[in-house]
Each structure stands twice: as C-alpha cells, then as structure tokens.
Design a protein around this ligand. Structure first.
Ligand code: 5GP
Length: 260
C-alpha cells in the first residue's frame, strides 16, 4: 500500500492526508510529554484510549450543536477529521484551581472557583505557550473579535456539557484545554472545535477521593497512567464492564509483535 503523506507530527498525534480533499487522518500516539517536552515518555495504550474517548466526547458535543472537526473513527488509533486552519490559541477552561493557576497566584489546588475562568495561551512551543489576553489576540490578528466571541461561547457550552457528563460518572472536571480551527465556505470563515478532548488535556479528579485520572499522573510521576485513562473510558461506558488492562486490544501493536 502506498505510504500516506504526513502533514504534521505533534507531540501526541500525527496528521496524514485524508482520503478526500478537506479531510485529514488524525493518528493518536502513545508518546507523552510534559513541561513543554522537557519530560518525555510513553504511556502504552494511551493513543487507543484517547482516540476512543475523544471520539465519544466529540460525537456527544456534535449532538448538542457544538460544531467539531470529527467525522468518524477509522480504527483503534485513527480518526477522520475535517481539515481546518488552526487558530494559534490554546483555550484553557477552569472550574477548580490547579496546575499553573495555583502556582501563578499561590492559591491552593482544589479550591472551587466561584465562576468559570477562560484563559488564552499563544500556541508556540519555542516560547513555551505564553499566556495572552484578548488584547494580544486582536492586536496581532490571531483571531477576529467575532471569532473570539464564538470561541468563548463554544468553550463555555463545552464546559457546561462536560461538567455534567463527567459528574454523572463520578468525575470532577477541574480544567481542560481546547483548540479551535477555521473552515472556509467561500469567503466565510466558521469556527469549529478541533484537536482532541482526552485525559491528556483535561484534569479529571474522582469526585469522592480526588484521585487524579489524567496526565498529571505522568507529569507528577504518580504512576498508573494507563489505569487512570482506562478508568475514565470505563466510566464513560467505553470499555466492557469488568474488563482488565488487556481488554483494550491494540491490533496494530499486536500485528507488529507478530512481524506483520
Ligand atoms: P495548566 O495551565 O494548569 O498547566 O493546564 C491547564 C489545563 O490545560 C490542564 O488540564 C492541562 O492538561 C491543559 N493543557 C494546557 N496546556 C496544554 C498542552 O500544551 N497540552 C495538553 N495536552 N494539555 C494542556
């Protein structure tokens, strides 16, 4: 089979040319990085779980009218997506104090916020994704005022929906990162949700025990990363009840092991 053309390789995903114009294939790797790639590792099976979790969440968001780039899952590690022009802004939504917010302002992790906070970061690895405001976005033309209005609206709708979804399975949605893209209809640009939503870019705490079920297990050397991601998938009903670690069959790895 002819090799597909690789469009982009990021820290956790690869984008390949899709089967039709305007589509891409998003491949989920097991690679994990933290602290702007200063810490690197592999979480075996992560890509398979994130592909499935992100598919589930994007599909549900589509049902409530949040436009996303997701078209359909192709296999264990790949999904077909719409090609977008990525807006170079990471949108972080926070419900509870944690991570960089806790460090920056010296507020204890776990403090419930009286209202949801949206923060913007400029997507630039070389600069370490610096925090920015609407003023920078407007000044440097990274997105129009109208686009920022749509982005904030979609981020809040996504947060409201996800808070309920996770609360229903005993998980507190502490914070998460979103990315958006533009699609063009002739001269008319429209903002849609892009990238992924998975435990890689969310803080998910067990409501009862506050146990971390996300990438902080890797960032903070807590161990049990795969088990945590699997627990999220299991609670969302994406793994058969009572399934063990081997239940997420990674066919690609299996084939590689057999030398095929
Ligand atoms: P913080 O600013 O506290 O480090 O991160 C806030 C939230 O956004 C966390 O849920 C974190 O996982 C997510 N986040 C922020 N930047 C990135 C990033 O570059 N990659 C990923 N995967 N998640 C991020």
């Amino acid at each position: 089979m002819a090799r597909r053309r690789q469009i982009y390789e990021g820290k956790a995903k690869i984008l390949y040319e899709g089967p039709e114009p305007g589509t891409l294939i998003q491949y989920f790797k097991d690679d994990a990085t933290a602290f702007n790639a200063q810490k690197k590792g592999t979480i075996s099976g992560k890509g398979v779980l994130n592909n499935r979790i992100s598919e589930h969440i994007f599909t549900l968001l589509g049902h409530i009218g949040v436009p996303t780039h997701f078209i359909r899952r192709l296999n264990m590690r790949e999904q077909l997506i719409r090609q977008v022009e990525i807006v170079p802004i990471e949108v972080v939504v926070r419900n509870v104090v944690a991570g960089s917010l806790s460090k920056r302002l010296g507020i204890e992790e776990g403090t419930q916020l009286p209202r949801t906070i949206i923060e913007y970061y400029y997507k630039d690895d070389a600069l370490g994704d610096p925090m920015i405001t609407d003023e920078h976005i407007a000044c440097f033309g990274w997105a129009s005022q109208e686009e920022m209005h749509d982005i904030a609206d979609l981020a809040i709708r996504t947060n409201d929906f996800l808070c309920g979804l996770f609360a229903g399975v005993g998980i507190r949605l502490v914070d998460f990162k979103l990315e958006f893209g533009r699609i063009w209809d002739n001269d008319y640009g429209r903002i849609i949700l892009a990238d992924e939503i998975s435990p890689d870019g969310c803080r998910l705490w067990d409501i009862e025990s506050n146990e971390k079920l996300d990438k902080d297990r890797f960032r903070r050397d807590l161990g049990g990363e795969v088990e945590a991601y699997q627990e999220v998938a299991r609670r969302l009903g994406l793994l058969p009840e009572g399934a063990d670690a081997g239940a997420v069959l990674d066919l690609e790895k299996h084939r590689k092991r057999r030398g095929k």
